[in-house]
Write a protein that binds this ligand. Structure first.
Ligand code: MGD
Ligand code: MGD
Ligand code: SF4
Ligand code: MO
Length: 797
């Protein structure tokens, strides 16, 4: 590799967060010295400050450089780290994991990973999955319940697909962009620059956020929602759209279960077999208004336009069933009724958003179609996240824009072989995923386990003992509630191996720590980027810019080497990473050698196929959606059978001021949090180039709220919840509702270079806001907890 020529400029991309910005790196005398935007790359218009200081991250004096082994007990303040060789580290890891698997089954080993949104784990995520599944563990702890559940899984109960997680906003063609609890100006630069471009060509923008942050300043409508009440807001907007006829009636009648009739007593959808003997039990029933009679609906054959126009969406109809005449209403009518319970005036009282803004938004979403949306952390971290995601999905379905140009679309994917090992995990192992019994429709259905279920399995051995943990990044004790309980749990493990670039409070409890190469020191294959069809078509093999420092290795190398030590080499091309990458690339038509020769990547031009649901199938009928009814499920019988509301329903945040009036006197404020521009989650506080700009943890507070408590701008304050207290500095923000304060998660690390202190993550004198929460109450379906809607109080220190 020729990267040592002075001042060589190399096409690359920054992998430090989900934006994965296209970039040009400068390498001088074998040292990585600068990263700059690469406007020719589809995500390369701009770089954030974190990308620009990347050389500091690579060269940081406290990087982990060698495998380490603990020599002192886990309760000890000093772990007594002893430097060991890779071979020793990996053989001991394999030996300990093997011991646990033979004694308790491979499910007793949990794998944890940093979220690919906050780290370069996206480079190797599917290979880590492959290792976990080949090993036989159904348990991946990846903060899914806090970060991806709503985007990927909750909405799959509506659409059968991940919207907006995989059906991404088509920002190049959107007429109206809806950012709901999502601030790409901080969180995903490529979306922010694409939004700015869309606004320049006249697109409209709606932002739903308790703070006027980022693009909210440029929005046509900024809805200052009270934290955790987004579900009520979505229902109210949808209600206005329904009442005014601002919805795509034909789309709803053809492609959703809106016309299907509902049994009034059981809430189940009526089946054709229940009308008359001989009716098909797989067919639903709708009301044909022209013929004034029920009509069977074959899921595989959606009605044509003419028939769709005849199907009743509203009303009540007496249907002759096998048990006599029954008055049934269509799903859509039930949905409209449920929305009307949140009319704009009552929604204003719950959400704080003025009724006229709700009406204005409903009109804008309708008139400025196509609508493209994204909803993220602002709505993920509450006890009602699943229903909120479903309510926003319902609102979105009304626009008829799903998979239409300018809506949320599935950008084309360059074909590659699936390597995540899904075929390697036996169904009986999959069925052992932690949490499945408690939340059968939750993340563990997809092998993601919550931190709560992990800690319970370790400490209480329920439903079975977990004895081992393999961590690729993942700073669990900072990211999740109940940090002290988490610490007890990690201490109680028989064996814990953690791979990371830096030591962190979670890794401190490991038995073996493995040094990871930064993304700038490792080669990685990116198949597609996320912002547009052009981006999705790009395949790029990121070059190793400089050799890894010390003995650090990429996650990919660690996975392949550990697989060998575990006797799983056959599933990992016997350690030959190039062979594995070739296998992955085979269907794409792009070769590894061609990619190595072109660090800027190779485009595989593919066209986005729209409205795939309407694609005709060979035997007739249409593809529809991958839900049980093959329609968009405004009404979910799956959720109903699980004991949940089949329609999106609003429930107040369980630790909020309305649900817990008993706490209001002592804790009159609400505490959401938000990401920092300067850092990713619990990382980067040790980088002087960043920490200098944001030396202390902050809590945003309305000036009136502060003054009423004798708090001045910049003062240190204590934030209290019923679970505990931590500290931060007051930053005034008059865009907040005065009862809302907004904190930052992830503070623990020091930056010795500028004398900035660390913060004890386990004590009230520290700044770990997740000390302020327990794992209960939680979302009954998805397991999310109120990281963004707990009652609190703020006092001067
Ligand atoms: N710079 C930077 N970029 C990051 C990260 C980082 O830490 N720093 N983290 C990465 C990760 S892991 C993720 S998940 C993404 C997250 O990306 P985002 O979801 O955009 O992250 P946030 O800024 O936390 O939340 C978005 C907005 O939600 C608002 N909000 C808070 N509570 C509520 C609420 O109850 N309702 C509504 N509607 N809004 C609310 C906040 O004020 C905030 O402006 O960012 C990724 N990118
Ligand atoms: N109160 C509150 N709590 C939150 C949130 C919030 O908004 N508010 N956000 C939640 C969200 S959305 C998320 S995603 C979680 C984030 O929680 P985590 O996924 O744990 O993310 P980080 O805190 O960024 O820690 C990532 C760790 O991975 C390491 N790392 C970085 N890159 C790599 C790599 O390439 N390989 C390896 N092996 N390690 C690497 C870092 O050094 C760091 O130690 O926190 C959640 N917790
Ligand atoms: S937004 Fe910043 S940290 Fe994220 S990929 Fe782009 S440059 Fe890197
Ligand atoms: Mo996240």
């Amino acid at each position: 590799m020729t990267v040592s020529a002075v001042g060589e400029r190399i096409a690359t991309f920054c992998a430090l967060c989900i934006s994965r910005c296209g970039a040009t790196a400068t390498v001088e005398d074998g040292v990585f010295t600068a990263l700059a935007p690469d406007p020719t790359h589809p995500t390369g218009e701009a770089l954030c400050i974190k990308g620009r200081v990347a050389p500091e991250l690579v060269g940081h004096p406290r990087r982990l450089l060698h495998p380490l082994e603990r020599t002192r007990p886990k309760g000890d303040a000093d772990p007594g780290w002893r430097r060991i060789g890779w071979d020793e580290a990996l053989s001991r890891t394999a030996r300990e994991l093997g011991k646990i698997a033979s004694a308790h089954g491979p499910e007793a080993v949990v794998f944890s990973v940093a979220s690919p949104s906050t780290s370069a784990i996206s480079d190797s995520a599917e290979w880590i999955q492959r290792l976990r599944r080949a090993f036989g563990s159904p348990n991946l702890c990846a903060s899914m319940e806090l970060c991806g559940w709503g985007r990927y899984f909750a909405t799959s109960y509506t659409f059968g697909e991940s919207v907006p997680g995989m059906y991404l906003p088509d920002l190049e063609r959107a007429g109206c962009i809806l950012w709901w609890g999502y601030n790409p100006a901080v969180a995903r630069l490529s979306h922010a620059t694409a939004t700015a471009r869309a606004l320049r060509r006249g697109a409209r923008l709606v932002v739903v956020d308790p703070r006027r942050a980022g693009l909210a300043h440029k929005a046509d409508v900024w809805l200052r929602v009270r934290p955790g009440t987004d579900g009520a807001l979505a229902l109210a907007i949808a209600g206005v759209m329904v009442d005014r006829g601002w919805f795509d009636r034909r789309f709803i009648a053809r492609w959703s279960n809106g016309p299907f009739l509902v049994w009034p007593d059981t809430g189940r959808l009526l089946r054709a077999s229940e009308l008359a003997p001989g009716g098909d039990p797989a067919h639903y029933v709708a009301w044909d208004e022209a013929a004034r009679q029920p009509v069977a609906c074959d899921p595989a054959r959606p009605p044509d336009d003419a028939m769709a126009d005849r199907l009743a969406l509203t009303g009540a109809f007496t249907v002759a069933t096998s048990v006599g005449p029954v008055s049934c209403r269509p799903v859509f009518q039930l949905m409209a009724d449920s929305c009307r319970r949140h009319d704009p005036a009552s929604a204003e009282a719950v959400t704080g958003v003025p009724a006229r803004e709700i009406e204005r938004t409903a009109r804008l979403l309708w008139e400025a179609r196509p609508v493209a949306y994204y909803a993220w952390s602002g709505v993920e971290q509450h006890t009602n996240s699943t229903q909120t995601a479903r309510a926003i999905a319902q609102l979105y379905a009304l626009t008829g824009c799903l998979d239409a140009p300018g809506g949320n679309v599935r950008f084309p994917a360059v074909p590659t072989s699936v390597v995540d090992g899904r075929e390697l995990l036996a169904p009986e192992q999959r069925a052992k995923a932690l949490g499945l019994a408690r939340r059968p429709l939750g993340p563990s259905r997809w092998e993601f386990v919550t931190s709560d279920d992990l800690y319970t399995a370790i400490l209480e051995r329920q439903p079975y003992p977990v004895r081992g943990l393999v961590g690729f990044g993942a700073n669990l004790l900072l990211a999740h509630a109940d940090a002290r309980r988490g610490r007890d749990a990690l201490r109680a493990l028989d064996f814990y191996a953690h791979a990371d670039l830096f030591m962190n409070p979670t890794a401190e409890l490991a038995d073996i720590v493995l040094p990871v190469a930064s993304p700038f020191e490792s080669e990685a294959l990116a198949v597609g980027f996320e912002v547009s069809a052009e981006a999705a078509s790009l395949v790029q093999l990121r070059r190793r810019l400089v050799p890894p420092r010390g003995e650090a290795r990429s996650d990919l190398e660690i996975v392949f080497a550990l697989a060998g030590h575990l006797g799983l080499g056959a599933e990992f091309w016997n350690g030959d990473i190039d062979a594995a990458l070739r296998h992955r690339l085979a269907p794409s038509g792009v070769t590894l050698d061609a990619l190595r020769a072109r660090p800027a990547g190779i485009a595989v031009p593919l066209a986005t196929v729209h409205r795939k649901y309407a694609e005709e199938l060979p035997g007739g009928g249409a593809r529809g959606f991958p839900t049980p009814s093959r329609r968009i499920e405004l009404y979910s019988e799956t959720l109903l059978a699980g004991g949940h509301s089949p329609l999106p329903a609003y429930e107040d945040p369980a630790l909020g001021s309305r649900a817990r009036p008993d706490l209001a006197a002592d804790f009159p404020l609400i505490l959401p949090s938000a990401k920092s521009t300067w850092f990713c989650e619990s990382q980067h506080r040790g980088l002087a180039g960043l920490r200098r700009r944001a030396p202390d943890p902050e809590v945003e507070i309305h000036p009136d709220t502060a003054r009423a408590r004798g708090i001045g701008e910049g003062d240190w304050v204590a934030i209290h919840t019923p679970a505990g207290s931590v500290r931060a500095r007051a930053a005034f923000n008059s865009s907040l509702e005065p009862s809302v304060v907004c904190a930052q998660n992830g503070w623990w690390q020091s930056c010795e270079e500028i004398g900035a202190p660390g913060h004890d993550p386990f004590s009230a004198s520290g700044a770990n806001i997740n000390l302020l929460l327990r794992h209960e109450p939680s979302d009954p379906i998805g397991g999310s907890i109120p990281h963004r809607s707990a009652v609190c109080e703020v006092t001067p220190v």
